[in-house]
Write a protein that binds this ligand. Structure first.
Ligand code: NAD
Ligand code: UDP
Length: 338
């Protein structure tokens, strides 16, 4: 299939792009580089030995999107483009609602106008809000999100569900990612956050690189085995493979399916720190800090639906994730700027 990746220069999209190319698909990228750079796609081309057409454009620019659909035969779209920083979304809610909703509406209108009706969307476990129980299943009721970023994902899921109800020819897969970490084993592509990282693994790798001096552990008094927060960390290459399976599924089915992409295993902050230290032989100085507002104690997936519908399950271990995250960071201490 010819697959358009919106936000295709980003962290998850570049890893997905490599997996799509390896599976025999063609990829086309559109990105405005608000949180990425052209070098990322160049490295995907280098690793795959294939060329990937790239359009620098905002996905909410209808004329630019029409041009992409006119110049390429597109069979399916994976919609990664979006702003994703939780804290920033609290400070700049309008920017988040505008960007994440507008890109989705424009994309769907453009797809409909060009007769393309297969879509895979980057949703998030954040739509589960504060869970009553874990593991999280797709049919659990979402009681409400804890920040504007989460609400954008929630609203987009509803919009895409309505699109499928109105036109039964559409096929939409809403992928709820848990916590993607790690990098391609080559160390050539990886996560390259701007400024001080908000997420745990890029913070740890920057402490390891000497860019930051210690890790603040946000709370050690949660109701979890060691008191620190528990999450379902998934290797970004496994996540990329999950998108290939979702595209195959979308080509054979119609309607809207919500599917968790996680491992089903929860690890604590201290599990991550200790595993990172052990596999990489680097000490990560830690200080216990207050809980981070909005954080939940534990969040991990029931991944059985992904296995049942997509035939997909995660294969990488936590050791792989810690090793590959550090390999990327140590080979690119300043991210793509080096
Ligand atoms: P990322 O920031 O690396 O990738 C997003 C890409 O979208 C960037 O390249 C950015 O420049 C681009 N973009 C944003 N707005 C755009 C616009 N208006 N027009 C064109 N391009 C635009 O983030 P990521 O971690 O790779 O996440 C990809 C998707 O997955 C996002 O939608 C994110 O919300 C979602 N997601 C991420 C995580 C995570 O932990 N990384 C978890 C759950 C869901
Ligand atoms: N965390 C932490 N210190 C940090 C960043 C994160 O202790 O500098 C903890 C956070 O409280 C949570 C876990 O690490 O328990 C994962 O946080 P992240 O922001 O990566 O993912 P999310 O909370 O969005 O699932």
């Amino acid at each position: 299939m010819n697959i358009l990746l919106t936000g295709g220069a980003g962290y998850i999209a570049t890893h997905t792009c490599l997996e799509l190319l390896a599976a025999g698909h063609e990829a086309i990228v559109v990105d405005n580089y608000v949180n990425s750079c052209p070098e990322a796609v160049r490295r995907v081309e280098e690793l795959s030995g294939r060329s990937v057409p790239v359009y620098e454009a905002d996905v909410s620019d209808r004329a630019a999107m029409d041009r992409i659909f006119e110049e390429n035969r597109i069979d399916a779209v994976i919609h990664f483009a979006g702003l994703k920083a939780v804290g920033e979304s609290v400070r700049q809610p309008l920017r988040y609602y505008r960007n994440n909703l507008d890109t989705t509406l424009t994309l769907c209108e453009t797809m409909a106008a060009h007769g393309v009706k297969r879509l895979v969307f980057s949703s998030s476990a954040t739509v589960y809000g504060v869970p009553d129980e874990v593991p999280l299943r797709e049919d659990m009721f979402c009681k409400g999100c804890t920040n504007p970023y989460g609400w954008t994902k929630y609203m987009i899921e509803k919009i895409l569900g309505s699109v499928c109800e109105a036109d039964p020819e559409w096929s939409v897969v809403l992928l709820r990612y848990f916590n993607p970490i790690g990098a391609h084993e080559s160390g050539r592509i990886g996560e390259d956050p701007a400024g001080i990282p908000n997420n745990l693994m890029p913070f740890i790798t920057q402490v390891a690189a000497g860019r930051l001096d210690h890790l603040n552990v946000f709370g050690n008094d949660y109701d979890t085995p060691d008191g620190t927060g528990v999450r379902d960390y998934i290797h970004v290459v496994d996540l990329g493979r999950g998108h290939v399976c979702a595209c195959d599924y979308a080509a054979k089915h119609t309607g809207c399916e919500i599917i968790n992409l996680g491992t089903g295993v929860g690890y604590s902050v201290l599990d991550i720190v200790r595993t990172f230290e052990r596999v990489n032989g680097i000490r990560i100085p830690c200080e216990i800090a207050p809980r981070r507002p909005g954080d939940v104690a534990a969040c991990y997936a029931d991944p059985s639906k992904a296995k049942r519908l997509l035939g997909w399950e995660a294969t990488h271990t936590l050791e792989d994730m810690c090793r590959d995250a550090w390999h990327w960071q140590s080979m690119n201490p300043m991210g793509y700027r080096t």
